[in-house]
Design a binder for this molecule. Structure first.
Ligand SMILES: *[C@@H]1O[C@H](CO)[C@@H](O)[C@H](O)[C@H]1NC(C)=O
Ligand SMILES: *[C@@H]1O[C@H](CO)[C@@H](O)[C@H](O)[C@H]1NC(C)=O
Length: 284
C-alpha cells in the first residue's frame, strides 16, 4: 500500500510532461447504500486506453482498481473493493476510464482519483463519493402555493436526504382524483395512466431528478385546480409522501365583477339606511 503511494506521488510530480487532460465530474456523487455507482473519468482528447495502465485510488492511498493492458490486476487491489469494481472495455477504447462500483457501502465514502500511465502517471482531480442511508423521506419546502388563472406554477417537492430519484417511481396525486396527475416510472413519464384533466399540462424537471428535485410544473392553472396535491415516491418497497396545497385565485375579470358588486351593494345599503333614517325623522 505504502509503495503505491510513493510511486503515485512521484509520478504525479512528473505529470506536466505527459499529454492527457481529464474530464472528471466536479460535483460530489451521492449514492444510496447498496446501489451501484459510476465514477466518471474521461480522457481528453479521447484516446484508446486499452493499452494503457489505468488506476483508481481512494484518498490517493487505497488502490480501488488497477487495469493493465487488457486485464484487471486484482492482486494489488484493496480488499474492500474485491469483486465490486470494473471498467467497461468498450468504453476504454473511447478513452472513457470511468469506474463502475457495485453495491456501495458507507465505508466507500471518500475522494477518488483516476490515473493513467502512458508516458507518465497522470491523475485527474478527485471525485467525492458520498454514501447516504438507503431510507429516504420526501419534503415540501413550502406547503402553500398561490397562483392566478392561466399561470404556470411549480409545486415543490424534494427527496431527503438529497440524492438521485432517477430510478425511483414518482407520482403526483390530487386529492379526490383517482388517476395520478403525473406518473414517472422506469425512467419515463407514463402519460397513458395520467388523469385526463392534467394531460399535457404537467411535467417534472427531468434534469433535476438526479439532484432529488421532484417538483411538478403545472401549466395554465384553473380555479378548479385548487386543492391538495400529494408528492409520492416509491423505491425498493419503500414509500414516502408529502402534501402541498395549491390555491388558484379567480380571473382578473371576476375580481372586477366582485369589486363592483360589493361597491353597488354597499351603496344600496347606505341608501336604504339613509331612507330609513329620513323616514324615521319624518314620522317623528
Ligand atoms: C463512460 O462509461 C460509463 C460506464 O463505464 C458510462 O455509464 C458513461 O455513460 C460513459 N460516459 C461517456 C461520456 O461516454
Ligand atoms: C426544482 O427545480 C426547479 C427548476 O430548476 C426549481 O425552480 C425549483 O426551485 C426546484 N425545487 C426544489 C424543491 O429544489
Amino acid at each position: 500500500m505504502k509503495m503505491d503511494l510513493i510511486i503515485l506521488l512521484a509520478l504525479v510530480g512528473s505529470a506536466h510532461s505527459a499529454s492527457h487532460t481529464f474530464k472528471a465530474s466536479g460535483f460530489p456523487l451521492i449514492v444510496r447504500e447498496g446501489e451501484d455507482a459510476i465514477l466518471l473519468c474521461l480522457l481528453s482528447p479521447d484516446t484508446n486506453a486499452e493499452e494503457m495502465e489505468v488506476r483508481w485510488y481512494r484518498e490517493l492511498e487505497s488502490l480501488v482498481h488497477s487495469y493493465m493492458i487488457h486485464r484487471d490486476v486484482i492482486e494489488a487491489q484493496s480488499e474492500q473493493y474485491r469483486g465490486r469494481t470494473s471498467l467497461s472495455r468498450e468504453e476504454l477504447k473511447k478513452g472513457n476510464v470511468s469506474l463502475q462500483l457495485r453495491e456501495v457501502r458507507s465505508s466507500d465514502e471518500g475522494s477518488y482519483s483516476c490515473c493513467v500511465l502512458s508516458t507518465g502517471m497522470q491523475c485527474a482531480a478527485e471525485i467525492q463519493l458520498k454514501v447516504v442511508d438507503s431510507s429516504f423521506s420526501v419534503e415540501v419546502p413550502v406547503t402553500l402555493v398561490s397562483a392566478r388563472v392561466g399561470d404556470t406554477v411549480t409545486l415543490p417537492c424534494r427527496l431527503s436526504p438529497l440524492s438521485s430519484a432517477v430510478l425511483m417511481e414518482v407520482r403526483w396525486f390530487r386529492e379526490g382524483v383517482k388517476a395520478p396527475v403525473y406518473f414517472y416510472t422506469l425512467q419515463k413519464a407514463m402519460t397513458s395512466v395520467q388523469s385526463e384533466e392534467y394531460r399535457d399540462r404537467t411535467r417534472l424537471f427531468m434534469e433535476e431528478l438526479r439532484n432529488g428535485n421532484l417538483s411538478l410544473q403545472l401549466d395554465n392553472t384553473q380555479t378548479s385546480d385548487s386543492g391538495l396535491y400529494k408528492c409520492s415516491v416509491s423505491y425498493n418497497l419503500k414509500e414516502a409522501e408529502a402534501v402541498v396545497e395549491l390555491k388558484v385565485a379567480g380571473e382578473f375579470l371576476s375580481f372586477f365583477l366582485s369589486f363592483f358588486l360589493s361597491f353597488f351593494l354597499s351603496f344600496f345599503l347606505s341608501f336604504t339606511l339613509f331612507c330609513f333614517r329620513q323616514f324615521l325623522c319624518l314620522s317623528l
